[in-house]
Design a protein around this ligand. Structure first.
Ligand SMILES: Cc1ncc(COP(=O)(O)O)c(C=O)c1O
Length: 377
């Protein structure tokens, strides 16, 4: 059996090495490394795949969030609703712009922002909400859109972990890809993401031409032509090499997401009868592209023992996320309230290996080892 990795970007490369090598060589020989035809081609391809009117690539997912919030012209002190149980970037961008994050607790079954808590978190200063489609599953966008309409909030979707997942967006059960539902959506091409580059990369989606033009300006020094700066911007561009690699990898995304779903199904079928493990819940309004396969154990002590036990069998695991953001030194001044579900889940959650190159033999091995774990041993 092959060594088990949490994420296996090298096997993914090896499976397509000759095509990828040729693709990279072609870009290097072209001499066009920043923006240019490869980047335009990738943006068009991604727009077509996601059925998004506009896709603007940028340097990474964190920049994408920052640029998205900049484009909305929010004022210092405006409040933005965010989950606390997420990767730090979501909140980093908010705070860097002088906006105030209002942390919302999560649903204990899906780990996604609990939309039932939105109404009581709204004030006259609330201007936007960032639903994070964590681990590959979409937030309840039907409910979130209704709240956004009612309270006049912008929606900036954080689809860094959910590219290719779709969810229901209205009463007629219309399905849309995550990232293309809100006023603006973003994703990340960090190497371990479902659509990962060989370095950093990100993209911003919008269906609004005015916003798209503004986002394009901001991401490229605020310039519409070389040395013609319309607004204050920054330098956040996708490299041509990454764009070319991503154009190729995009052709595999559906297959890879299906593989992840299949792996999750295998895990579920083997682990769901263990009463000390809670396997991931798949909602009815969204599909789940399993950026992570995360299970919940009863407490932090058991989790520590479980993680060490799996490591002794050469099975890596990760904890996403061990400390919710409202408890982090950098962000706790923004929040004094407890968020009991985020706090509890961060003590209980653990993610098992999940990537497109996993083999059935490895999944069976992992589950057999898990079944032999002695809770009181
Ligand atoms: C939920 C979430 N948002 C934003 C980001 C930021 O993406 P990047 O690492 O490309 O800056 C990530 C990436 O890890 C993420 O998981």
């Amino acid at each position: 059996m092959k060594k088990i990795h949490m994420v296996d970007v090298v096997s993914m490369y090896n499976a397509h090495a000759s095509t990828i090598d040729k693709t990279i060589k072609k870009v290097i020989s072209s001499g066009s490394y920043i923006q240019g035809p490869e980047v335009n081609h990738f943006e068009k391809k991604l727009s077509y795949f996601l059925n998004s009117k506009f896709t603007i690539s940028c340097g990474n997912g964190t920049d994408a969030l920052y640029i998205a919030l900049m484009a909305l012209d929010l004022k210092r002190g405006d409040e933005v609703l965010v989950p606390s149980f997420t990767f730090v970037s979501t909140v980093e961008a908010v705070c860097l712009l002088g906006l105030v994050p209002i942390f919302i607790d999560i649903d204990p079954n899906t780990f996604l922002l609990n939309h039932n808590l939105i109404a009581k978190s709204i004030s006259a200063k609330t201007k936007a909400i960032i639903p994070v489609h964590l681990f590959g599953q979409c937030c309840d966008m039907l409910a979130i859109r209704n709240f956004a309409r009612k309270y006049k909030l912008y929606i900036v979707e954080d689809a860094a972990q959910s590219i290719g997942s779709k969810c229901i967006i209205n009463k007629n059960k219309k399905l849309k890809f995550s990232g293309t539902i809100g006023d603006i959506g973003i994703t990340s091409f960090y190497p371990s993401k479902n659509l990962g580059a060989f370095g950093d990369g990100g993209a911003i989606f919008t269906q609004n031409k005015k916003l798209a033009n503004k986002i394009k300006l901001i991401a490229n020094h605020g310039q519409n032509k070389k040395y013609n700066h319309q607004i204050i911007g920054l330098n956040s561009r996708l490299d041509a090499v990454q764009a070319a690699v991503l154009s190729f990898k995009l052709t595999l995304l559906k297959k890879h997401n299906n593989k992840r779903k299949k792996i999750a199904k295998e895990y579920n079928s083997r682990l769901s009868n263990l009463d000390w493990i809670k396997v991931p819940v798949i909602k009815e309004d969204s599909d789940h592209v399993f950026h992570q396969y995360s299970i919940v154990l009863s407490n932090k002590i058991i989790r520590k023992k479980f993680q060490a036990y799996l490591l002794r069998h050469e099975i890596p695991t990760m904890i996403y996320y061990p400390i919710p953001l409202h408890k982090q030194k950098a962000y706790r001044m923004y929040n004094k309230k407890p968020l009991p579900v985020s706090e509890k889940i961060s003590r209980q959650i653990i993610s098992l290996p999940m990537h497109s190159e996993m083999e059935l033999e490895q999944i069976i091995f992992i589950c057999d080892v898990i079944k032999k774990f002695k809770l009181n041993g």
